[in-house]
Design a protein around this ligand. Structure first.
Ligand code: TRP
Ligand code: SF4
Length: 400
């Protein structure tokens, strides 16, 4: 058994690029060998901002899952699933909404930021305001204690922690409950303590309702118990007294060193990406036409790698020998920019080769991908159902 459970989600943005690979997927791939991992496609999250283009979601989901698999996310090590296929996320989102102060949501920094950034869209919706709450439900429903995220998502994890704390405070039991309950049992005196334990075991192991009633009667007779201890002993009869929801920790993913073709952050909206499964011809062309140090107008002009986006690629893809060759060759104009780019092109393609091979199987046989996701959804669903049972009970909705 693993001690930690990791959960992470990605919005289905369509084909992924090298920024996603170096920034997120490589991290997932490392984590999957060390932890129990759940990775999911956040399709409902996509609808919070792209509610007006539902047609693209499906296609984006499958393309993205193939990219995950191509990159090396391994369904034998992690559980891969689609958020909306585990509808319990929505039930938890609804139930948590009952205890979520509006001010908490309005204060999440991404709320105003994104509204401004995507100002061409009307994001004054209920769903968009609830985005962080939906994310909290995603995390809490699996009792994941670690969530790998980028810097921008840290406030969402903080929000989730506060919400879990609020939930446990309202519906859960105190920390150290078990020990306190055990101490309260001793206060009953040895004879009654033994009887209480016996009845408790009979109820918990065999569901013996008469034993539960007898134990309650026993507690009601006790004059020397404090109110708190009596409450604890009533609670202890029926449950284990654990925290219902687990407060997750953010695992900060180091910022990716992989910039875009123009030196800015690699992002679809900047049109500076290299796709994970782009054709080798297209990748070669993109790198060959990448801008370089603007001071190198002619081949004979010396350049400065620090001012060149190609150098950033060397930092990701090249060894020391090649880097030394770039440094001295660029500054002395001994090499041309096309010479300099050639090892980068080769390294990117070399890195990509196994990905294209892995992807090929899934492209040829889409049922493989469907089956991986179906399995993952089933596994995730089982975990979600367990948490929801506790949540419903805690909120008075178990109707047993
Ligand atoms: N909000 C995340 C993003 O935009 C995606 C996401 C949704 C997520 N639910 C999550 C990430 C739960 C981690 C855990 O990147
Ligand atoms: Fe950039 Fe290399 Fe050209 Fe120097 S030689 S400017 S590092 S591409």
């Amino acid at each position: 058994m693993y001690a930690d459970r990791i959960l992470s989600g990605m919005r289905p943005t369509g084909s992924l690029h090298l920024g996603h690979y170096h920034g997120v997927l490589k991290n997932w791939i490392n984590l999957q060998h060390e932890y129990e991992c759940l990775f999911f496609v956040a399709d409902w999250h996509a609808l919070t901002t792209h509610y007006d283009t539902p047609g693209i979601i499906q296609e984006h989901v499958w393309e993205m899952v193939i990219d995950w698999l191509a990159a090396g996310v391994d369904p034998a090590h992690g559980t891969l699933f689609i958020q909306s296929r585990v509808p319990e996320h929505a039930e938890l989102h609804l139930l948590l909404s009952m205890i979520t102060p509006l001010g908490w949501l309005e204060r999440v920094p991404t709320y105003k930021d994104q509204q401004e950034k995507l100002s061409e869209k009307d994001l004054s919706t209920y769903g968009f305001l609830g985005y962080p709450l939906l994310q909290s439900a995603d995390i809490l429903i699996y009792r994941a204690n670690r969530v790998p995220v980028g810097e921008d998502q840290v406030p969402h994890i903080e929000f989730t922690r506060e919400l879990a704390r609020r939930f446990n405070h309202l519906y859960g039991r105190e920390p150290g409950f078990e020990a306190k309950a055990e101490a309260a049992v001793k206060k009953l005196g040895s004879k009654k303590a033994r009887l209480y334990e016996e009845l408790r075991t009979r109820y918990q192991e065999q569901g013996d309702e008469a034993a539960l009633e007898a134990a309650r009667a026993l507690l009601n007779e006790q004059q020397n118990l404090t109110v708190a201890d009596r409450e604890r002993l009533f609670g202890y009869l029926e449950g284990s007294g654990k925290m219902i929801l687990v407060e997750p920790l953010a695992m900060l993913t180091p910022a990716a060193r992989m910039p875009g073709l123009d030196g800015q952050k690699m992002s679809k909206s900047y049109h500076n990406t290299i796709g994970l499964r782009e054709t080798p011809e297209s990748i070669g062309k993109k790198i060959r036409t990448m801008p370089t140090d603007p001071a190198r107008v002619r081949r004979t002009d010396p350049g400065e790698p620090a001012k060149c986006p190609v150098w950033q690629f060397h930092l990701v893809y090249s060894d020391d020998a090649i880097r030394d060759w770039v440094q001295s060759g660029c500054r002395s104009a001994a090499i041309g920019c096309l010479d300099c780019k050639q090892p980068v092109i080769e390294a990117v393609l070399e890195d990509q080769k196994p990905m294209l091979e892995r992807a090929q199987r899934y492209i040829e046989d889409p049922t493989l991908v469907r089956n991986i996701i179906a399995d993952g959804c089933e596994k995730a669903h089982k975990l979600a159902v367990e948490t929801m049972r506790d949540v419903r009970e805690a909120m008075g909705l178990s109707y047993s």
